[in-house]
Design a protein. Sequence first.
Length: 690
Amino acid sequence: ATVPLTFPSHSSIFTGLIPPHHGVRDNGGFFLDESKTTLAERLKAAGYATGAFVAAWVLESRWGLAQGFDKYSDKFDLSQYKVLSLGTVQKKGDEVMSDALAWLDTVRDRKFFAWVHLYDPHSPYDPPEPYRSRYRGQPYVGEIAYADSVVGRLLEWLRQQRLMDRTLIVVTGDHGESLGDHGESTHAYFIYDATTHVPLIVRTPWGLRGRSRTQTSSVDILPTILDLVGLPPQPEIDGRSLARAIVDPSAELGHVAYSETYFPRYHFGWQHLQGLRSGRYQFVEAPTPELYDIEKDPGETTNIYKAFSKRAQDLRTAMQALVRTGEAVVPERQAMDPETLQRLAALGYVGSVANVDPNQVLPDPKDKINIFGLINAAKAAGADDRTQEAITKMREVLRQDPGIMDAHLTLGNWLAKSHQPEEAIESFKRALALKADDEVAMLNLANAYRNRGKTDDALAALEIFKGALKLNPRNPQAWYQLATLYLDLGQTTSAQDTFRQAIKANPKMGAAYNALGAIAFNQGRGEEAEELVRKALDLEPETQAGRFNLARILEARGDVPAAEALYREELESHPDHGRARFNLAQLLRQRGDRRSYLDELRLGVEKAPSFGACYFFLAREELTAGRLDEAASLSLKGLEADKGSEVAPLGHYVLADVYGRQGQPAKAQEEVEKAKRLEAVLRSHPRPAV
């Protein structure tokens, strides 16, 4: 495997290029450029039906791997997860395979190319039954056995359809797992065989059998498939066909395999690693370079670099020549859209990294493995809601290495979560001292100021961020986030200007057009609003809140059936969109469908627990029915979730009514006063809705 990470590795499989040539160096922040030709594009051009079925969100179509696929099945329902993490945002293998087989049924009489991606042998290891019990104490092995059974479903389908005699099957892995080797628990950090040596099984219809020990690389898969199906080779790629070794397993091809990981650099500010595998020898370029004899030392425990420096230098020269061949792509992140950044941050895949000279030699990851282990332990504690333990561990990380920007940022988030706002602010400031234009740290700092009631400080932070962005204006995601916070702080004019900056940086950013459309609608410019929102949906059909905003526009125009349909479409894609749920409920109430109205309010409380309006209106219904305790409970929960929206006063009024009926006039009056104070604030500082 070229990289022990999912997306970069698949980019090599599908392009036949090593990462320096296809440009994808990490999960998140990198995109496979449309100029790269994929295996799916070649096969589609040759008349094949093409379908992809992926099990992990990090392979979603937006990253660029959908090129050439007629169908790319990558829809993930994130609303079902209370806590997003790398392991949770996935599909079980059987779900992916069922989707794939349903599509294959529609193309079985044609030439087809199917990519079926299984993600199950990935941390955390949690195999389903009976594999959990069968491999008790060995969950990773259980996951592999389960994945094997899923592959068996595909093979059985091919047999039943009598397609085995004309189908080429390739099974491979994108990376392995260290499982504790070299101090690494999973993957991404090192490029030893534990995470780069993967299986490659090629099953032809021609009865060829045998195991080849020749060196291969995942970049060889594309040219091999093209060769075996009789298509011309893809020019200017790094991979070479393995057909000779398939026909004659004893043939020695003399190939080499390049691998790299930029994960330590991007996430922690430590040195990236590059390596070359040539038969029995593995070379790793690092501040302390490494050479291993895999035949004698398969665990790569004895570094023989000094004793065999000539052989190591030959491999280094060959590696450098391979990287220089072809069009090199600078390993810099590109800007992401706002929804992507939010999801990636939740997945733990986005590291915030200080800008450093790519030629600068940074600390060797080998020397930082103990700190890396402590970071993972801290994040594990945070994921389990052991926040104080997580804070303590991350503070120890920073005591040992204060230059890890990601650690300062993560610590700040935990401090904010544990109601230590001033300390959180200090952590975000330290993060920004390492990377002054980091959008996540700056926006978290501004949010922390705002939540403390320090609006002037928040605006000052944003102005600093705006100045930093002007030095590097090609960051649409940062402009978008900046605009959103301006809007939240009531700075509508600044928000509009900044959304336009986002569009200037990325003319295809549907989310920014959608936001401008929402502002136009709120300001009474209906036709302009519709034009902007429709443009957003044309550019990005899945733009979050796009259908919601179009529904609001059509509802205001009196086209209620179209508005209702759009609210439902929005909720189908985003079940946790509380405002869309609430608006749909109101439409149902207005047409007299009381049961459906109440059902939508209850769904709003369940699916969008941070949106207060559904609580308050449901509480009012309970109050009308005389169920005072339930009315009070809903109002209190709503106010806990939503202390200051335009409907929050209703929560206080319902409580006042409850207390009045319960003979508590003082508490009732207190709630009335809270409602009136909030109404006065909202009149003087109305909150725009986007």
